[in-house]
Design a protein around this ligand. Structure first.
Ligand SMILES: [Fe+2]
Ligand SMILES: [Fe+2]
Length: 276
C-alpha cells in the first residue's frame, strides 16, 4: 500500500504569489504532475491542509482544476489558511470524507491500513484545535480499526519542534487529550502533519510523529530562542509512505524538482568489493 502525501499548497488567485514571492500555483501544479507520473501509482493522495492561502472560492476553483490530473482517490484536510464552507463547496470531497458537525475529516481503509484524517482548523486562528467532537471522532475511528495499523493525518503538529514562531501556532487546544488517546492505541503507526513547511520527526505518545515539507515555500530552519517568522525557497518535497505487512510504514521524502540522473553505479577497480 502506497500513499503520496503532499501539503501546504497555499493556492492564490491568478497573478498573486503568496507573500508576494512564492509562486504557489505553479509549484503545486509541478508537484501534482510529479504525483500523476509516479510509477507505481499510489493508492491514494493525501493533502494535509493549507490547500489555499486565503480560503477564497477562486482559490478552490483553481485547485479543483489542478487536481483533475490525479486519477487516484484524493483525501483532503483543511489547514488554518482554509475556510471550511468554501472548501466543501469548491472541491469534490472523496467518498471517504466524513462531514460530521461540519468538520472535514476522513476515515478510510486502504488495504491493511486505516487512514484517519482530523480537522484541526480553528476559524480565525493560526493555531490548531481538536474539540471534544473531533477527539470523539478519533476515538471511534481508532476503536473501529480493530487493532489494524492506523495512520493519522492532521494539519497542525501536536508537538514542539524548536522553531519558536511555529510552536506558538501548533495544535494547542485538545493536544493533551489527543496525546492521551493515541497513547492507548499501540497500533497507531504514524501521525503525519503539515503546517510547519519543513521535514521534522519526533517520538510522540508511543508512536512516530512526522511533518511533511511543503510543495511550495519552506519555513526557515531557525532554532534561536527568538527569531522572525521567515521562509526560504528551498527545494519543495513530498512523502511517499509505503506499508508492507511485517515491515510497517516506511516513509521516503522525495524532491519535486528533477535533478540529473539516473546514473548506473559503475564500480571503480579501487573499490574494496569490486572483485567479489
Ligand atoms: Fe502552510
Ligand atoms: Fe498552516
Amino acid at each position: 500500500m502506497l500513499i503520496a502525501h503532499i501539503t501546504d499548497l497555499h493556492i492564490r488567485p491568478l497573478g498573486k504569489p503568496a507573500y508576494r514571492v512564492s509562486e504557489t500555483n505553479a509549484l503545486t501544479e509541478r508537484a501534482l504532475d510529479v504525483v500523476a507520473a509516479l510509477r507505481p501509482q499510489p493508492d491514494a493522495l493525501v493533502i494535509t491542509g493549507d490547500l489555499t492561502d486565503c480560503g477564497l472560492a477562486e482559490e478552490y476553483g483553481l485547485l479543483a482544476n489542478l487536481l483533475e490530473r490525479i486519477e487516484v482517490p484524493v483525501l483532503l484536510l483543511p489547514g488554518n489558511h482554509d475556510r471550511r464552507e468554501t472548501l466543501t463547496t469548491g472541491l469534490t470531497l472523496g467518498p471517504h470524507a466524513v462531514l460530521d458537525d461540519g468538520f472535514v475529516q476522513f476515515s478510510a481503509d486502504l488495504g491493511d491500513v486505516r487512514l484517519i484524517g482530523l480537522d484541526t482548523l480553528l476559524p480565525g486562528q493560526s493555531a490548531g484545535a481538536l474539540c471534544d467532537k473531533r477527539l470523539g471522532f478519533l476515538e471511534k475511528a481508532l476503536a473501529g480499526a480493530n487493532c489494524k495499523p492506523v495512520v493519522i493525518f492532521m494539519h497542525h503538529p501536536p508537538f514542539d519542534c524548536g522553531i519558536i514562531h511555529m510552536d506558538r501556532i501548533r495544535l494547542l487546544e485538545g493536544a493533551d487529550g489527543f496525546r492521551e488517546i493515541v497513547a492507548r492505541y499501540p497500533n497507531v503507526e504514524r501521525i503525519l502533519c503539515g503546517h510547519h513547511h519543513r521535514p521534522i520527526t519526533t517520538r510522540f505518545a508511543g508512536t512516530i510523529a512526522q511533518i511533511a515539507p511543503s510543495v511550495t515555500h519552506q519555513v526557515t530552519l531557525d532554532l534561536a530562542p527568538e527569531g522572525p517568522a521567515t521562509f526560504h525557497m528551498e527545494p519543495p518535497a513530498y512523502y511517499l509512505h509505503s506499508y508492507r505487512a511485517g515491515t510497517g510504514l516506511v516513509s521516503h521524502m522525495a524532491y519535486v524538482e528533477r535533478y540529473p540522473g539516473p546514473y548506473p553505479f559503475v564500480l571503480d577497480a579501487d573499490y574494496p568489493g569490486a572483485h567479489a
